[in-house]
Design a protein around this ligand. Structure first.
Ligand code: AMP
Length: 282
């Protein structure tokens, strides 16, 4: 398994693969890898001849300097994690200069109605940062397919929009959410939870699953109120938002149209650790 840090190494490698008519899959991550990332790598290996796993903690997508500083980083553990996936993997671990050049700054995109709600609303500038880094990384790796988790569902829709507006020739493949046995969505940030916070964190998924049961007989407004009330008694967890939204547009649902698919989206703080999750409701 090779580890590349330079954009020209990746470009040369990908050009060689292309000469041999091999398809390239790409799994961009911010490291601190867990089996959720592993499930994306599995899908990429199943669908592509060669796979690049990217590890880069992207500064421009953090609206909170403390969150960026505390983001878990362990490159050697990540390399060890990827070893069993096989020798044909390439790991790309660039520094900011390799990705951005001399100026580490966000471009501005128009993601339309997808961008100013939920993560976009509570993390200003976040999706411009995501769009910028992916635009640069897609230009370097030029993958046929790139794999993204539904864990970050709004990001997934934003990335689909990015490739459309920037005319990037990469197919975006959504991958289901991997969860711990108790339902907690796997996340690099989970390692920062105290034992007490980790013990109550599955309450997030439990609330989503109960909400799904109630979806058939409560209106979206009633569902939201019910979920908000659940968090009032939770000392370790502070609800930031809960939204019931149309999966395609991410617009808040007011009434239910049986021809559409809806999801519940949630963001919760456990101390200073921010956790997000979502669940399809119909
Ligand atoms: P991150 O390293 O958190 O930026 O995530 C890199 C990719 O892995 C993104 O496409 C995430 O949506 C995806 N991912 C993270 N956690 C999970 C999970 N629990 N299940 C599925 N995909 C995930």
């Amino acid at each position: 398994m090779q580890v590349f840090t330079q954009r020209r190494e990746i470009k040369t490698q990908v050009a060689n693969w292309r000469k041999n008519n091999l398809t390239v899959g790409y799994v961009p991550t911010m490291g601190a890898l867990h089996t959720g990332h592993g499930s994306l790598v599995d899908q990429a290996i199943a669908q592509c001849d060669r796979v690049v796993v990217g590890i880069f903690v992207n500064p421009t997508q953090f609206n909170n300097a403390d969150d960026l500083e505390k983001y878990p980083r362990n490159t050697q553990a990540d390399i060890d994690f990827l070893q069993p996936f096989g020798n044909s993997l390439i790991i790309f671990i660039p520094d900011a200069k390799e990705v951005y050049g001399d100026e580490v700054k966000s471009l501005h995109f128009n993601f339309g109605e997808l961008e100013n709600k939920m993560e976009g609303k509570f993390r200003p500038g976040h999706f411009d940062g995501v769009g910028t880094v992916l635009k640069h990384l897609f230009e370097i790796v030029t993958p046929n397919k790139a794999f993204f988790g539904e864990k970050d569902f709004q990001q997934l829709q934003i990335v689909k929009k990015l490739v459309e507006i920037e005319q990037i020739n990469t197919q975006i493949i959504p991958c289901p959410i991997s969860r711990a046995e108790d339902g907690l969505a796997l996340s690099s940030r989970n390692t920062r939870l105290t034992p007490a916070q980790r013990a109550v964190a599955p309450f997030i998924f439990k609330t989503l699953t109960t909400l799904k049961e109630k979806f058939v007989w409560l209106s979206p407004k009633e569902l939201k109120q019910w979920a908000e009330a659940q968090f009032e008694d939770q000392e370790e967890l502070e609800l930031e938002y809960i939204e019931i939204a149309d999966e395609e547009t991410l617009n808040t649902a007011h009434t239910i149209d049986n021809n559409k698919t809806y999801r519940a989206f949630i963001a919760v703080f456990a101390g200073d650790v921010r956790l997000i999750d979502n669940l399809r409701l119909n």
